[in-house]
Structures are given as structure tokens and as C-alpha cells.
Design a protein around this ligand. Structure first.
Ligand SMILES: Cc1ncc(COP(=O)(O)O)c(C=O)c1O
Length: 498
């Protein structure tokens, strides 16, 4: 007779097989971490080459043995990926991922709590609440800030944008939408602000014309006199300003805006003050940097991405809101098929009411565990080291006759390769230097020795090195300077021959 308690699902893996595979996988990953320095940062393979490696098999009709599957998959990923955990990876803003985060993701996936509602994830919800509270403490704002973890900086900024709009638009917004008002509502940010703000303007119906791009000063900070003037002009013209966005580490150069000045302007005109600190706000944990961020405690909302400068594996961003009720006002709904909010317990939080998602993964765990692994002091140390390395790179570039050090803020340095003798030349051709550096960047990104990205500063096309990497050493920085100069010379020779 068929056993009643026997499960014959082909998905179930026996305890012993799971242990064997798991141990083997952990051995492979441990070896990967151990040897990551010796690997190329990227193989530089083209999408076509990658497709060939993967093969074009059609959908499997039947199963594959799990050991074979793991062997193939680890080979594909470990030998054909860009390694952002490599000590010479400085591209865009993706950190070396914590190892504890990798283990936390395994545990989170095994338990698989749905952190949309407290009843579905009692401990995971409590851990996410604590994580949000710790993030607020980390950057030094009041513990009354509440919020939610999201997939990254785009989602954090979009989530805040709608909270700001709900708070500042007429109360009839939910019923009536924004008829007649949608084209009147305008918002302000510096020219250096991340493109997700454009996404917000387009997706939420305001259109790009609703963005007031405020010029930056010589240090790439928002010019707050022009901000004030622009708001005054808009008010005179019948517009309805509702939001100002400040940058805590702008995406190109890492500049931090003057939050005290922005906060005062927002107070004066009753505007929502949002800080995009997706990258840079964790530096506020460093005592010597407190002043740079002063005024941040005035913000109505702050975006902070643990998958950037808290080194969490992708994906995890966060949005912290001074009065979290604004998130609930914006996102909460109570359909009849949800039997969630009935505990009559004021510490009950249902995270589906705080943002776009209903079903939500347990992103908090990898952040919560890393914060405990090294504590605030551990982060003060490693964030400080990233900044010191970036400053070291800037100084090395300044000393080098074939490099131009352009900007240095937080852990971002921008620089250019300038051919020997070129700077003094009367016929210096900016267009040529820009083309040279653009081609040089393409070469470096394919070469596999180092991975940088780019920034355009004024009219200069620069190589941009963003260090959010706990594996980088001074030796890496010195080697990178040599690589840039060596490849710069080569590229110059190639372009001269054309
Ligand atoms: C300042 C800033 N805001 C927002 C973002 C977008 O973050 P994500 O790519 O996690 O969506 C970035 C990304 O680099 C950023 O630097």
C-alpha cells in the first residue's frame, strides 16, 4: 500500500544529498573567495561568446542530476562573470559583497519568509524593523525614522517621491488623481542627480519639464541661491513646488550637497526634503565626516543602499522616512482578501503597507547580520579605509605627469590620462583628450586587469574610480596607476597612427 507520509516530489532533495551538495558548494565558494585576487576582474567575453559557452539547449523535458547541475553552473558563473568582489573593481557603485551576506541569503531562502505581512514572517519582520532602526542610528538620525528595505537606489528614490507627492498634494489625490495639477507640480534637484529622478517624473505623469535642474558650484554641490530663486520664480508663475532632492554623494563625483541650506529653504516653502544617499550617506558614520552631512537630520526621507557602501550582496536598498505614516498614507490598501492587520498590537508592522511590493523577500537578513558581524566600529574602519584609498589615488594621480587628477569626494576619484608633454602643448585639444580617455576606458573594461567607469566633469571625460571595496589595498592603487598610464600610452599611439 502507498505510504501516506511518503512524498515523492522530484524537487525534494534528500537530507544526505543536500548536505553533500551544500558542503561541496561551500568548498567551491570558499576557494573562489580565496583566489579572487588572482582572477581577471572580467574575462571580457562578448555576449556572443558567452551565449556560445552557455549553449542554446531548449527547455529540458526531463531532469538533470543535481551534482551535474551544480558542477555546470559553478563553472559557468565562476569562470565567466565580472567579479565585483575583486580588489581592482572600482566600476559604477557595486561593492565587494560580504561573505556573511552570501550565507544569510542561503538561510533566508531556506526559511523563505514573505516579509509583506507580519503574520507571514513574524521574526523576519521584526529583524527588518530592527535593521531599519539600526540604519537610522548608523547615519545619526532620530530613531523615529521608519522605513522599508527595497531592491536598490532607484526603488528607494521612487518610493520616497510618491510619499512626498502624497504628503504635499491635496488630500483628494487618492480619489481624484491630480487633474489640472499634474503639470503644475514641480521639483528640484542638482544637475548631478541620478537619472532615477527622471524616471520618477516620466512614470508618475509629471513629465521631464517638471524637473528643475539646479546648477552646481565649482565643488559639484547644488547652488542653493539658484535653488531659492528658482522656487520663487515658480511660485510667481503659479507652479506648485513640492520636493527638493539633495545628494549625499552624487553618482558621478561623490559631492555632498549643503543639507542645512536646503532644509532651511524647504522649511520656508513647506517642501518635502529628500536626500539621495544611496551611495554616500553611510560615510556619515565617520565622526570626522559628521559636519559634511550636517542638516541631514532635517530630511523628510533618505535613500541608503546597503548594497553599495554597506557591502551587502545585491539586491538591497532602503528608504528611511522621518514620519513613516507618510509611507502608509501612500501605499497602504486593505483588500478583503488580506487578513493581516488584526493584532491590535502597536508594534505590528505589515511591510506591504510601506512600499510597492506585497510579497517581499527577506533582504534585511544579510544587512542585519553584517551590522552585527563587525559593528558600527568595523564599518567606521572600512568606510574610512575606502576614503583614504581614494584620496591616495588622487594624490598619486596629481604627482604623475601623465595623469590629471580631476575630483575627489568620499571614495570617488576622477582622473584623466594626458599624453606626455600634452598639457603644455599650446594646441591642447580637449576633444582629443576626451576621445582618448573614452577609448582607454573601453580598453580597460575589456582588459580584465582593472574595472573603472566614467564621469563627465564639466567638459572633461574622466575615468572614475569608486572604491566601495573592502579588499582593495594601497598596492592595488599603485598597480592601477601603472595600468592606466601603460594602457593610456598604448591608446595614444594607436590613435596617433590613425
Ligand atoms: C546616488 C545614486 N542614486 C541612485 C542610484 C541607483 O541605485 P540602484 O542602481 O541601486 O537602483 C545610484 C546608483 O549608483 C546612485 O549612485
Amino acid at each position: 500500500m502507498e505510504q501516506l507520509n511518503h512524498c515523492s516530489s522530484p524537487l525534494e532533495i534528500s537530507k544526505n544529498a543536500f548536505k553533500e551538495m551544500g558542503y561541496r558548494l561551500i568548498d567551491t565558494v570558499a576557494e573562489f573567495y580565496e583566489t579572487i585576487k588572482e582572477q581577471p576582474v572580467t574575462t571580457g567575453e562578448t555576449p556572443k561568446q558567452i551565449d556560445t559557452v552557455l549553449g542554446n539547449a531548449s527547455l529540458p523535458e526531463n531532469g538533470t542530476s543535481v551534482p551535474e547541475l551544480f558542477s555546470n553552473t559553478t563553472d559557468l558563473l565562476l569562470n565567466h562573470s565580472l567579479l565585483n568582489g575583486h580588489p581592482k573593481f572600482f566600476g559604477y557603485i557595486t561593492s565587494s559583497p560580504t561573505q556573511i551576506g552570501a550565507l544569510a541569503d542561503l538561510l533566508a531562502a531556506a526559511v523563505n519568509p514573505n516579509v509583506g505581512a507580519n503574520i507571514l514572517s513574524p521574526m523576519a519582520t521584526a529583524i527588518e524593523k530592527q535593521t531599519v532602526k539600526w540604519l537610522a542610528e548608523f547615519i545619526g538620525v532620530s530613531p523615529t525614522y521608519g522605513g522599508v528595505l527595497v531592491s536598490g537606489g532607484n526603488m528607494a528614490n521612487l518610493t520616497a517621491f510618491l510619499a512626498a507627492r502624497t504628503a504635499k498634494a491635496p488630500k483628494s489625490l487618492k480619489e481624484d488623481g491630480l487633474p489640472g495639477l499634474i503639470n503644475e507640480m514641480v521639483f528640484y534637484c542638482s544637475k548631478a542627480t541620478h537619472t532615477c529622478i527622471e524616471k520618477a517624473a516620466i512614470l508618475f505623469g509629471h513629465g521631464l519639464k517638471a524637473i528643475r535642474w539646479i546648477p552646481t558650484d565649482s565643488k559639484n554641490k547644488m547652488n542653493t541661491e539658484i535653488l531659492l530663486q528658482t522656487i520663487d520664480d515658480d511660485l510667481k508663475n503659479g507652479k506648485k513646488p513640492f520636493l527638493v532632492i539633495g545628494n549625499a554623494g552624487d553618482v558621478s563625483t561623490g559631492a555632498v550637497d549643503d543639507f542645512s541650506a536646503i532644509a532651511a529653504i524647504c522649511k520656508l516653502h513647506d517642501l518635502w526634503f529628500h536626500i539621495d544617499g544611496a551611495y554616500g550617506i553611510p560615510a556619515a558614520v565617520i565622526p570626522e565626516y559628521k559636519n559634511l552631512f550636517s542638516g541631514l537630520e532635517e530630511a523628510d526621507s533618505i535613500a541608503l543602499d546597503p548594497h553599495k557602501w554597506l557591502y551587502a550582496p545585491l539586491e538591497v536598498g532602503s528608504i528611511l522616512v522621518k514620519n513613516p505614516q507618510h509611507l502608509i498614507d501612500t501605499y497602504s490598501s486593505h483588500p478583503v482578501y488580506y487578513n493581516f492587520s488584526k493584532l491590535d498590537d502597536e508594534s505590528e508592522v505589515n511591510f506591504y503597507e510601506y512600499g510597492f511590493q506585497n510579497s517581499r523577500g527577506f533582504r534585511a537578513l544579510k544587512v542585519w547580520m553584517a551590522l552585527q558581524q563587525i559593528g558600527k566600529n568595523g564599518y567606521i574602519q572600512i568606510i574610512g579605509e575606502d576614503i583614504a584609498l581614494s584620496q591616495f589615488l588622487f594624490e598619486e594621480a596629481k604627482k604623475h605627469t601623465e595623469l590629471e587628477a580631476v575630483t575627489q569626494n568620499l571614495s570617488i576619484t576622477t582622473l584623466r590620462y594626458i599624453p606626455a608633454g600634452y598639457a603644455e602643448s599650446e594646441t591642447q585639444d580637449e576633444t582629443y583628450v576626451n576621445t582618448l580617455n573614452q577609448q582607454l576606458l573601453n580598453e580597460l573594461q575589456q582588459g580584465g586587469e582593472v574595472f573603472l567607469s566614467n564621469a563627465v566633469v564639466g567638459n572633461k571625460y574622466c575615468l572614475r574610480c569608486c572604491i566601495v571595496n573592502f579588499r582593495t589595498t594601497k598596492k592595488d592603487i599603485l598597480e592601477i596607476v601603472d595600468i592606466i598610464v601603460r594602457e593610456g600610452k598604448k591608446m595614444h599611439e594607436i590613435l596617433q597612427r590613425k
